[in-house]
Design a protein. Sequence first.
Length: 428
Amino acid sequence: MKRALQLALLFLFTPFTQAQLSITINGDNFSALPIAVVDFVNTGDALATDMAEIIRNDLARSGQFKPLDKSLLVDKPGSDADLNFGTWRLLKADYVSYGDITHLDNDRMEVRFKLASVAEQKQLLALTLPLSKSQARAGAHYIADRIYEEILRIPGVFSTKLAYVTAIKNGADFKYQLVVADSDGYGPQALVTSKEPLLSPSWSPDGKKIAYVSFENGNSAIYIQDLSTGARTLMTNFQGINGAPKFSPDGRKLAITLSKSGNAEIYTIDVFNKSLNQITNHWAIDTEPEWSPDGGSLFFTSDRGGKPQIYEIDLIGKKAKRITFEGDYNARPSISPDGKYIAMVHGNQNVYKIALFHRPSNTLQIVSDGRLDETPSFAPNGAMVLYATKNAAGQGLLKAVTTDGQTSNDLVLSNGHVREPNWSPLMK
């Protein structure tokens, strides 16, 4: 466990800085669905935002779709009358999306979008979106979400957010920032800036708050920050460890790690009245709690078996059972929305990768290829896992990998490092 704690400190105090994340798509899923995303027919001035390109990039990042190269988009239908299914059949597209943009005034516009099945030669989806020009990017993410859900029958996550921590060298010190950005890395906004480390961001289930750990007063402390008002609430600042906050599925509690008794234990704390409930009571180090989807139990990391492994504890009976047995090290659990998978840091011989443990079959699959991969976080639709790693140059970056391991996206800062990622819930 000491080795695990040393690794954690190495990750937490690696210098990193804020910038907009750029994305590189890796891998090729041969089962990805070919789709033609045609440029919108625009009746007014050119938009600064290329909505069709954003939709193409979103769908490609998911690993489930293979958008046709823009050079192949020989037809540009804006309406049903312009759509020639034969053209797209020859280009081997399974689906085609198209539409037009009408400018209502200098700021407002109306986007009409349609999705059609080439094989069935029928329309699957039609949307009319009244938008301001500043909402063009959000509108494109929304359309990509609707395409994804219409075809795959599970929600898209392109309109979600990512939270992560960055830092930049500032003289002899560091400037740390808690940052929130779009799922494609666009539009980063620093919520908190500190001269001391910021750790473990965790989203509330409604996406309106983030809990995190700050060392700004010397010792660790847990805060909750309201994203709309900027107001923040101090939840705990006991002597010793105050760490790893995770919101309950109903948003009423945080699961946290405290060492106020002299040993690291799992607690829950009421978000409104701050009442504490001790969940574990063991001589071992118990840390990194994660809620089950129904809120009835907690998964956590413990070395009570001699090495770090993942356990589950029932919140009523408070009886813990060991979940993982394969490998020298299994830690930092993240539970899929359906509860069937546990994403974790899986270690053997000082090599740490992200693995998916399938609970019904009791099988484990490695889905990352680094040597020091950490902090997995499931996408809210369960189709991808976000985590932190390092590239060959030692630069800290984020990766998002599909659960089949076929496609991954590198989310890289142009001039620094990024760590501690957490994927938001689905945004309404």
